[in-house]
Structures are given as C-alpha cells and as structure tokens.
Design a protein around this ligand. Structure first.
Ligand SMILES: NC(=O)c1ccc[n+]([C@@H]2O[C@H](COP(=O)([O-])OP(=O)(O)OC[C@H]3O[C@@H](n4cnc5c(N)ncnc54)[C@H](O)[C@@H]3O)[C@@H](O)[C@H]2O)c1
Length: 357
C-alpha cells in the first residue's frame, strides 16, 4: 500500500470561538487524513512559529517549519492542505505544484482575484497536479439527498436554484458551488447583479459586499438567483430548488425546520426528508471531502472538488461584482476583468465603505 506523505501550510491556532478572523481550519482537516490508513502526517508550516508548534503538538506531527518552501524542499510531500487566507492561496498552490506535490487541497474561496484563481488552476493542470477546494458541503446528506431527488425527477425539470447567504464570496463560494452541483456543473452564460457596500466587511482579509441581489442563467436555461446580507431572508432557505413539478428546500429558515423538504405541485403539505441529524454545516463533511480527495489520488480519478468545478463558482462571484461595477449584464466567460472588481472599486474610491463600528 502506498502511504501518502501529508503536510499543512497555514496551521492557524485552534480558536476558542471560530470567527472570520481565524477558524484554524487546518485543525479541522487533520481528522480527515487521520481517518485514512494510507496517509501519514509528516510536517506543517506556518509563518507564525507558535501556531505551527501548537498544531504539531496537538496532532503529533513530527516536523515544524516557518518557511513552506523549506518544508516542500525537504519533505517530499504527496499531499498538502493549504489553510491560509485567500490572498495567499495562489502563490502557495503554485509553489506546491512546482515542488512536485501530487495533490493540493486548498481552502475556499479559490483566491482573491479571478486572475489568480485561473492561474493556480492552470499551473496545476499543466503539471498534472490535482488541485481541489474545500467545498465540503457537497458531502452532506441533505445536499446529497437533494441532488438525488433532482436527478430522479422528483421535482420535474430543473428551472431555478435560489440561495440566501451572508455574502457572495466568502460563504457564497459554498452556495454557488452547490448551485452548480445541483445543475451538473453546467457553466453560466450571463450574470447580472447589484451590490451595496457601505460598511467595511473584510472576511479573512478580503472585501465582501454588505448586500447583493444576483441573477444568472446557465447554458442549459436554468436560472440562479441569490440574495445576500439583509435581503437574504427573502429567500428563506440555504437553497431552494424549483422544478416544473415541485420545490425542494434545504435549510428553510425558522425554528424546528428540517434540513431538507420537498413539496410536489399538488401536495397540500411539505414532506420532510430524514437526513439523520445532519445540517447545512455537518458533522463530518470535511472528513468526507478529504476522503474523496485522497481516493481520487489513490485511484487516479477526479474529485468533484476539483479546480474546474471551483472555477465555475468563482467566475459567477467575480462576474456579480463586475456587473455591479459596469451596471451591465456580464456575458461569460469572464475575460475582460481579471482582478477583483469589488476590491478595485474600494481602491479607486468608487465605493467608500465606512470602517466597522
Ligand atoms: N471550508 C469552510 O467551511 C471554511 C470555514 C472557515 C474558513 N475557511 C477558509 O479557510 C481559510 C483559512 O481560514 P482560517 O480561519 O483557518 O485562518 P487562520 O487565521 O485560523 O489560519 C491561517 C494561518 O495561516 C498562516 N499563514 C499566513 N500566511 C502564511 C504563509 N505564507 N505561509 C504559512 N502560513 C501562513 C497564519 O499565520 C495563520 O496561522 C480561509 O480561506 C477561509 O475562507 C473555510
């Protein structure tokens, strides 16, 4: 049996209370690898030595580095989990790919610009390196069961996917990824959106709008619709999937609501679907995601968390912000603006968010 040598970049500190300034996500990747017989955790790197040392001590990892390049040069790693903030992802992914790492599992969102997102995917593809992103909700029972219901035609032909979320980028990365999963990864054809950004909202160092409303259409005619911030409750669910013969809701808002329910047109009531206590957030979704990533490496297959799928979600996010900037519908693929439209609007003072109180 081949045993994969696993390393971590960006260990974080295990937080007492996780939040947008530090979840210590690397700590949450560890159980995923520990559950597998063919993974050996050999090293970790963090620019803050104290973080790396605490991580190594907590998880019995033999070697600690403050320079990821030194770790890559010395450790002959097969798999690396990257758990830094998004502005670091592209450089670190490319460094791993150049160093010969076979599989890189990076935290979402892909990167802080569209150019960096595409570059990291391109450089891994050129080198035959497997690059995946931790959109772990795909492995949750409510989402799996919803997809099975859609595929078996329980709501007829798919027409529209809606979501309500805090933002389009940080948490929205999961929501767009899930919408694309429900629609079999068909790429989007156009996006139109408006945003409001009046109070600075840096999440893991990246600007996120306060409120947005977005509409997009996939190449198979299915529509997507998203509301974020104060308007998110209008959707009233984590996701709503609408077909010609019924509706599926995931995480409908309200006390005592189920994780998943379906209402076929003609039904007088919703039917709750048993998801064995699993919610929109877990448990064990990251463990399942990592099992899928390692299985793909072991078996020579492609994980559904692959960069190509992540690009499909990321493109819609940046296109939403670009649509707000240009006050126009954005036809895809997104070629013209390769940066981060929201960050650029802040930098050139088209948007002037006030500091958070
Ligand atoms: N999948 C999810 O559900 C989920 C949940 C929360 C956060 N995240 C994502 O996880 C990522 C990490 O967030 P976090 O909260 O774990 O961060 P964190 O702040 O807890 O840890 C990041 C660590 O990276 C280190 N670091 C920064 N630059 C580095 C470099 N060049 N080399 C080595 N180490 C470096 C920092 O010192 C820090 O210890 C973000 O992209 C975030 O969006 C994902």
């Amino acid at each position: 049996m081949t045993v994969f040598r696993v390393g971590f970049i960006g260990t974080g500190l295990k937080p007492e209370k996780p939040g947008p300034m530090g979840y210590g996500m690397a700590h949450r990747h560890v159980p995923g690898y520990r559950a597998l017989d063919d993974c050996e955790l050999v090293a970790c790197a963090d620019i803050v030595e104290e973080h790396a040392k605490a991580f190594a001590a907590a998880h019995d990892i033999p070697r600690v580095y403050t320079d990821h390049r030194e770790m890559l040069a010395k450790e002959d790693l097969d798999i690396v989990s990257i758990c830094t903030w998004p502005d670091q992802h592209a450089q670190l992914v490319i460094d791993c790919a150049v160093a010969g790492v076979q599989a890189i599992h990076c935290e979402k969102p892909m990167a802080d610009t569209w150019a960096a997102s595409r570059l990291m995917a391109q450089e891994c593809q050129r080198r035959g390196v497997r690059l995946t992103f931790n959109h772990q909700r795909r492995f949750g029972l409510p989402f799996r069961k919803a997809k099975a219901l859609i595929d078996e035609g329980a709501i007829g032909e798919l027409q529209r996917i809606e979501f309500g979320a805090g933002d389009l980028y940080d948490y929205g990365s999961h929501n767009f990824d899930m919408a694309n999963y429900f629609n079999n990864e068909v790429t989007a054809e156009w996006v139109i959106a408006q945003i409001d950004y009046r109070t600075e909202n840096l999440i893991f160092g990246v600007h996120n709008e306060n409120q947005a409303f977005a509409l997009w259409q996939y190449r198979n005619g299915v529509y997507g619709m998203a509301a974020t911030g104060p308007g998110a409750r209008m959707v009233g669910a984590h996701h709503r999937v609408i077909g010609t013969e019924g509706i599926i809701e995931l995480g409908p808002t309200g006390p005592g609501m189920p994780a998943l329910r379906i209402r076929r047109y003609g039904d007088s009531q919703w039917e709750n679907i048993d998801c064995h206590g699993e919610t929109m957030h877990g448990p064990n979704y990251i463990e399942r995601a990592i099992a899928d990533v390692v299985a793909a490496l072991r078996n020579g297959t492609t994980s559904e968390l692959c960069a190509e799928n992540a690009l499909n979600a990321t493109e819609i996010i940046f296109a939403c912000w670009e649509s707000a900037r240009r006050r126009a519908r954005i036809d895809l693929p997104l070629l013209e603006n390769l940066g981060n439209p929201l960050a650029e609007m802040v930098a050139n003072q088209d948007l002037k968010p006030l500091p958070k109180a």
